[in-house]
Design a protein around this ligand. Structure first.
Ligand code: SF4
Length: 638
């Protein structure tokens, strides 16, 4: 964390430390006031939901617009996100069409792409006029002081390119040591979250606009949020919950959350991971019921890509809640249950009596006389099976199990409360306090640094000798258009053909060897020395070079230098990338190695992996064109 702070600060980012929600909001408000901000755009930021930022901003008179399509729809409904990957996945197309008709006065439609384009029209102008942008981050990279943001639509890219002031609110658990770690985490997040090999845009930002760059914010602030994360870190039993990469896979497989959805329990983080961490973030006694909303089937643990032991943590939360505040009545009920279940005769008599009492219970069900009223006033009491399991077993003359299993689940360790250190007692500010808490929390561990070798990182990839077909297949799978040309003259002809086919009237490019060599003879916005954002938005195509093409994923690896700044490759409707054959690399580790060698410590302030044109699955999970980035991505190689 300290390395991240040093590296980020060296690039002009202002790093703030917030011990809780209140301090995070205070820091953000002070930045907005000093910068005289009025209009704010926000890309999907779960931490802002955690600290209830929108409510406070709106109450204070700021105009805040969510620009992720799903979040925008939820904002129009005045509802929090339903799922942290797909915020409006519970809504049907008709419901979204009705919502737009009511709020935006548009005509009804049952075409998801038309709905997305309506949102695009409404949201586009806000990027160009917003004073500040607020984002979260998927990862913080200590080595470079960069933040990495994963998305499909391009809204976070536009947010990081256009407003003059940027604020990123990020949990302290998001830090990764090296840039090359992204080669593992980016595909893992995409595959576990949405089943894609990689998401459309994976962008790493190193702070504000750097000297010599043509665009980007004047100020970038990162607010590092603790908000009880260090307390979770201090619990050796459950600290692995901080490994969560918010892929949402555990929600998708959970039989409970699949049916009742994510907002039913009023938590910021939904599903099994939400049930595990919310009691830590918001108080065990108030949120202990979440741990009971589980069948403990273990599907969440089995699917989690970072191997968080979710269903055991739910059990531990149940145990901790009882230990912390025992309930005498509940304790008595469990003791009686334990006694009866251990004495078959008592258990059998009990079930027989319950069966006899059942018809009488139906008469008083849900009335004040009903002892089970807390349950029955909202649900029907389940009927007892006509035949007990024991009778069913007997009826089949099945042999008894020869031995009764004797092993018992070993009680897990109680939460660990580390002794407060002198450093944390004497801390005079939030930075010192958070760092001291991290040190205390980890005082019982001696983690061995793990460094995967390049061979290990690539072990799963098949050796491919000719990279062009592999790149073409992966890029086209994600709807990019790919042309391999014989030489520069053929590339020039292809670009002229595209200009004629799409009726381009004006293009934008930055001065580079390849762009200059093959650009079509059209009116051009030369973005090399800066540009007017409205003029750039009106261009039919943005033509850029790149640093590399990645065959493993069909991605374009582009930086602020090769891509001509931040907005040129994302604002115009069509992005055309020019590349030479020798820029093709086999995989992501090779891409990160190349960038490291090329730029050394001076990473450009933007590094982005672009895989296909903007896309979204927010409406009924149908993959269509996204609401923000370019509608087309064309790659020309020679
Ligand atoms: S707990 Fe695991 S499966 Fe669930 S969101 Fe986090 S990383 Fe994904």
């Amino acid at each position: 964390m300290v390395e991240f702070e040093q590296k980020a600060t060296a690039r002009g980012t202002v790093v703030h430390w917030a011990k809780d929600s209140e301090e995070a909001r205070k820091i953000i408000f002070s930045i907005l006031e000093r910068r005289e901000v009025k209009r704010i755009i926000k890309s999907k930021v779960m931490t802002s939901e955690e600290v209830h930022l929108n409510d406070h901003l709106e109450k204070a008179g700021y105009h805040v617009l969510e620009n992720d399509l799903g979040e925008y729809i939820q904002q129009l409904r005045n509802e929090p996100p339903y799922h942290f990957v797909a915020p409006c996945m519970h809504l049907s197309m008709k419901e979204i069409s009705d919502l737009f008709e009511e709020k935006l006065k548009t005509a009804p439609t049952d075409d998801p792409e038309e709905l997305t384009m309506i949102a695009r029209r409404f949201l586009r102008q806000t990027y160009l006029t917003a004073d500040a942008g607020i984002t979260g981050a998927n990862f913080l990279i200590a080595e470079t002081g960069m933040i990495s943001i994963t998305e499909n639509e391009g809204n976070a890219r536009l947010t990081g390119a256009l407003p003059k002031t940027m604020i990123s609110l990020v949990g302290i658990e998001k830090v990764l040591p090296k840039m090359s770690d992204l080669a593992l985490f980016l595909p893992m997040l995409a595959t576990a979250g949405t089943g894609q090999p990689i998401t459309c845009y994976n962008t790493a930002y190193a702070g504000p606009r750097q000297p010599g760059e043509i665009d980007g914010p004047e100020e970038w602030h990162i607010v590092l949020l603790d908000n009880h994360r260090t307390a979770l870190l201090a619990d050796p039993e459950q600290r692995d919950a901080l490994h969560c990469i918010r892929c949402g896979a555990c929600l998708n497989v959970c039989p409970i959350f699949k049916n009742i959805g994510g907002i039913s329990y009023g938590t910021t983080y939904q599903g099994p991971i939400g049930s595990v961490i919310t009691p830590h973030l918001r108080g065990l006694q108030d949120w202990k019921h979440l741990s009971g909303s589980s069948s403990l089937c273990g599907a969440c643990t089995a699917t989690c890509p970072v191997k968080i032991d979710l269903h055991h943590h739910l059990l531990q939360n149940r145990r901790n809640a009882v230990r912390e505040k025992p309930d005498a009545l509940e304790g008595l009920a469990w003791r009686l249950f334990a006694k009866s279940i251990n004495k078959p005769v008592v258990y059998q008599i009990g079930t027989k009596l319950a069966k006899l009492a059942q018809p009488f219970h139906r008469l008083i069900s849900a009335t004040p006389l009903d002892p089970m009223r807390a349950w029955t006033k909202t649900r029907t009491a389940p009927a007892m099976a006509p035949q007990s399991f024991k009778d069913w077993w007997k009826a089949r003359h099945l042999p008894r199990h020869p031995t009764r299993p004797t092993s018992q689940t070993s009680p897990t360790r109680p939460p660990h409360a580390p002794a407060r250190s002198k450093r944390s007692i004497e801390a005079t500010n939030s930075r010192e306090l958070i760092l001291a808490r991290i040190e205390e929390a980890l005082s019982d561990t001696h983690p061995q640094p793990f460094e995967a070798t390049a061979a290990q990182k690539r072990a799963v990839l098949p050796a491919v000798h000719d990279l062009v077909p592999q790149f073409a297949a992966n890029a086209e799978f994600l709807r990019a258009e790919f042309h391999a040309c014989a030489d520069e003259a053929a590339a020039k002809a292809k670009l002229a053909e595209l200009a004629a086919k799409h009726g381009w009237k004006k293009i934008a490019l930055h001065r580079g060897t390849l762009t200059q060599a093959v650009a079509p003879a059209l009116p051009t916005l030369d973005a090399t020395d800066g540009y007017d954002r409205f003029e750039l938005e009106a261009c039919d195509a943005g033509i850029t070079e790149c640093d590399a093409l990645i065959a493993q994923t069909g991605s374009v690896f582009l930086t602020a230098r090769s891509g001509g700044g931040r907005a040129l490759s994302v604002l115009p409707e069509h992005h055309v990338v020019l590349a030479r054959r020798d820029q093709l690399l086999p995989d992501l580790p090779a891409g990160y190695e190349l960038i490291q060698q090329r730029y050394g410590a001076q990473w450009p302030s933007l590094t982005t992996l672009i895989t296909g044109p903007s896309r979204t699955g927010d409406i009924e999970r149908i993959i269509i064109l996204g609401a923000h980035g370019p509608k087309k991505l064309t790659i020309i190689l020679w």
